[in-house]
Design a protein around this ligand. Structure first.
Ligand code: ATP
Length: 230
């Protein structure tokens, strides 16, 4: 496990979140990485050690549920062709229609991102009410791309080398080498992400080797939380 910085970063994007942190002693860790780099694997280990999970992929699905404000805005802008017959959003169709169209993508994000942040803050408040000393891990695949560093106290990148990432992606999703390369080329390179993170866990070796690093990280986080240096 690589530890790069020990300077507390102030939460800077949300006054409600700042207020929750001011009246509790929670510690917020943002977990990110590349596709199939092992975010879920590491998050499951942290969960076993005691960290509470908030998954942004789940929040992103919840905010576009049938009839929710973001669902309405999406239908107004994109039309009913992005809906299934039962009116539920067809997320694959929507992704295709914003793919390589920056203006459409930005409109879509303007509907969903504020709601995702709102839901995140609500969940943090609920957790902090139950346990003011919670260590919360937010799994945020696009943490750096969307600039969400201000929502968390610390960031972790789960890293594997690009060739290993391609190998695991092909094995897990049963896709071709070409498809895997295309997916990776559309993402911020994992080495660049690692450069932005406070902590990096290297997940290219055995699960045992990863677990050792996660244990080390858990000690550091627990100490930070105890010191209240968030
Ligand atoms: P996604 O970006 O798709 O959400 P992820 O970053 O959460 O993926 P995981 O699902 O945790 O990645 O891991 C990707 C695949 O690699 C899974 O099939 C997982 O079982 C496998 N894997 C993860 N870590 C290891 C490891 N250390 N050794 C071998 N296989 C691993």
């Amino acid at each position: 496990m690589e530890r790069k910085r020990n300077i507390p970063i102030p939460l800077n994007s949300n006054s409600e979140l700042e207020a929750i942190c001011a009246r509790s002693n929670i510690l917020l860790l943002g977990v990110t990485g590349g596709i199939a780099s092992g975010k879920t694997t590491v998050a499951d280990m942290l969960k076993e050690m005691g960290a509470v999970v908030i998954d942004f992929d789940i929040l992103a699905r919840e905010v576009v549920e049938l009839g929710k404000p973001a669902w309405k805005e999406i239908v107004d802008y994109f039309g009913r062709q992005v809906l299934h017959d039962n009116e539920i959003l067809d997320r694959k169709k929507l992704s295709r229609s914003v793919f390589q169209d920056t203006e459409k993508r930005e409109r879509l994000e303007s509907f969903t991102h504020p709601r995702i942040s709102e839901e995140f803050v609500k969940k943090v408040a609920e957790i902090a009410n139950k346990d003011p000393d919670a260590i919360i891990q937010a799994i945020i695949p696009l943490l750096f791309e969307v600039n969400l560093q201000g929502l968390v106290h610390r960031t972790l990148v789960v890293h594997i080398p690009r060739d290993k990432q391609i190998e695991r992606l092909i094995e897990r999703d049963g896709i071709s080498m070409e498809e895997a390369v295309n997916i990776l080329d559309a993402q911020l390179p994992i080495d660049e992400k690692a450069g932005y993170a406070d902590y990096v866990i290297y997940n290219e070796n055995s699960l045992d080797a990863t677990r050792k690093q996660v244990e080390e990280l858990w000690q550091i986080l627990s100490e930070l939380q105890r010191q209240g240096s968030n």
